[in-house]
Design a protein around this ligand. Structure first.
Ligand code: GDP
Length: 294
């Protein structure tokens, strides 16, 4: 379950805090040491942890908290607020500007990109949109077929042109969408096992050809800080507009979810919470913080 390990540790720390009447400065400091450790064990980026702890400490040893009737509860509230801030404070909505609006999905192989394309198609058609899925991952023939399978399941049309150049496919798909009344295009681009220059060049070429309103990186949250590094490199090359964190359902630690916005500046827009095609949730930082605090 998402954040299970972290939730359990924080729960134990908070029980101790609540159990105390008045809090001394050293009680707070002790709790902060424990929270720091819990976050590091959850694979949260060390610098993010450092900043987080110093913000919480500064607020927690303030006058209002220490003098209040329920200081433990106040400290917990501060942790909740700062966790929310860490993940971006408010939700960031999908930008669907353009006709058709072009959403480009990028990411490494295995991140869950093709599944996510189907999930997003499903999400948008439930919103009353008329999406078109586009198979631009020509290097794995299985990927084209997989997108068709996924599209059939969610009843969203799929555009493919076999193994033509991805940039040509992308251009032609805009034309196709325009003629067929599809108002959103979801481009499933190629992934590799590792980031390489050739992949980035191809993605840049597609970006300048079809002017996407969203460039969303699909990353596997289970890979922890690797996901954060992957996001940093894609962002530096492509200027991402947002992130989709997949497999959060299986990520008991949650280090990527808690670090990735703070490190890259890119908002998390959606999270994948399972293998099924309706297991996609819009990302709300405050709800996620509530989930972590149980
Ligand atoms: P791609 O290579 O990036 O296109 O990845 P796929 O879409 O083929 O997904 C790789 C694997 O991850 C598949 O087995 C998916 O079912 C699985 N997967 C994708 N998203 C999620 C998710 O949110 N949760 C879980 N548990 N599995 C997922």
């Amino acid at each position: 379950m998402a954040f299970e390990a972290l939730s359990q540790k924080l729960d134990a720390i908070f029980k101790k805090l609540r159990g105390k009447g008045k809090l001394s400065e050293s009680d707070v400091k002790e709790a902060m040491r424990e929270i720091r450790l819990a976050l590091l064990e959850a694979d949260v980026n060390y610098k993010v942890v450092k900043d987080f702890i110093s913000k919480v400490t500064e607020r927690a040893i303030g006058h209002e908290v220490m003098e209040s009737l329920t200081p433990g509860q106040q400290v917990i509230k501060i942790v909740y607020d700062e966790l929310t801030n860490l993940m971006g404070s408010k939700e960031t909505k999908l930008n669907l500007k353009g006709n058709p609006a072009v959403i480009m999905l990028v990411g490494l192989q295995g991140s869950g990109k093709t599944t996510t394309a189907g999930k997003l198609g499903n999400y948008l058609s439930k919103m009353g949109r008329r999406p078109l899925l586009v198979a631009a991952d020509i290097y794995r023939p299985a990927a084209i077929k997989q997108l068709h399978v996924v599209g059939d399941k969610v009843k969203v049309p799929v555009f493919s042109m076999g193994e033509r150049k991805p940039v040509e496919i992308a251009r032609a798909s805009v034309e196709h969408a325009f003629r067929h009344g599809n108002d959103v295009i979801i481009l499933d681009t190629a992934g590799r096992l590792h980031i390489d220059e050739e992949l980035m060049e191809e993605l840049k070429e597609i970006k300048s050809a079809v002017d996407p309103c969203e460039i969303l990186l699909v990353v596997d949250s289970m890979t922890g800080q690797d996901a954060v590094n992957v996001a940093e490199s894609f962002h530096s090359k492509l200027e991402l507009t947002g992130l989709i964190l997949t497999k959060l359902d299986g990520d008991t630690r949650g280090g990527a979810a808690l670090s990735i916005k703070a490190v890259t500046g890119c908002p998390i827009k959606f999270v994948g919470m399972g293998e099924k095609l309706d297991d996609l949730e819009q990302f709300y930082p405050d709800r996620m913080a509530s989930r972590i605090l149980g």
